[in-house]
Design a protein around this ligand. Sequence first.
Ligand code: MLT
Length: 266
Amino acid sequence: MPTLSIADERFHYVEKGQGHPVLLVHGFPLDHTMWDEQLDGLADLGRLIAPDLRGFGLSREASTEGLSIEQFADDLAHLLDALWISEPVVFCGLSMGGYIAFEFWRKHADRVRGLVLCDTRADDDAPETKAARQTMAARVREQGIEAIVEAMQPRMFSPCTSADRPGDVERWKAMVRGCPVDTAAAALLAMGRRRNSTELLPAIDRPTLVVVGADDVTSPPGEMRALAAAVPNSQFAVIPDAGHLTPIENPAAFNRVLGDWLNRLG
Ligand code: MLT
């Protein structure tokens, strides 16, 4: 897997395909492998680049001290520089990856060709959610990463996935268990400090695809529909038999929607 050194930190990513760049940005507390089916199924539609964010996956050595969503966004801009990519990219982010997409748009809009917002939200955390993240950050440091598995699992999957595709659940658990405790704690606090991006939505003037799992209870379809309605040039899609992790839970339907949208983008 390729590595790039950016300001003395090592970042890992995978890439597949050629043509217009598409950045695939993972959710919390995952890594680039959550996009395996997209890397396999959509590589004829562009240059797909799936990084491990700072502290996650094989980028685990990069410092997470004072981590912020802005820092993730800046890291990705530096990654594009290091790959000599100056043309605007499609930025596709899931959940925490979507929070980073908004920050990337805020700071690097000239580098954005289109946005794909999967199972995410534009608002910031309510005070009780912020407090819960602080509690969870302390708990994960005390009890280890299993605390995150226990807390998140009930809100991640469609009932169909839990009943019929236990392999998807095991794959998610393995990814979570691979996340360093310090990274998980730092990212929880970073998400709790993120800015509210709802005021950005009406001014997003790039094609935007908003995707949600029909059974997502973390970023429910009703809220995602409202998010899509606030973005002028947007398309909204609900993926059946999927909860919060649409690209993993129903990759065939997810790839069809994203593939069609990328084809139309040209
Ligand atoms: C994610 O999937 O990235 C998380 O659900 C994001 C969050 O905790 O807000």
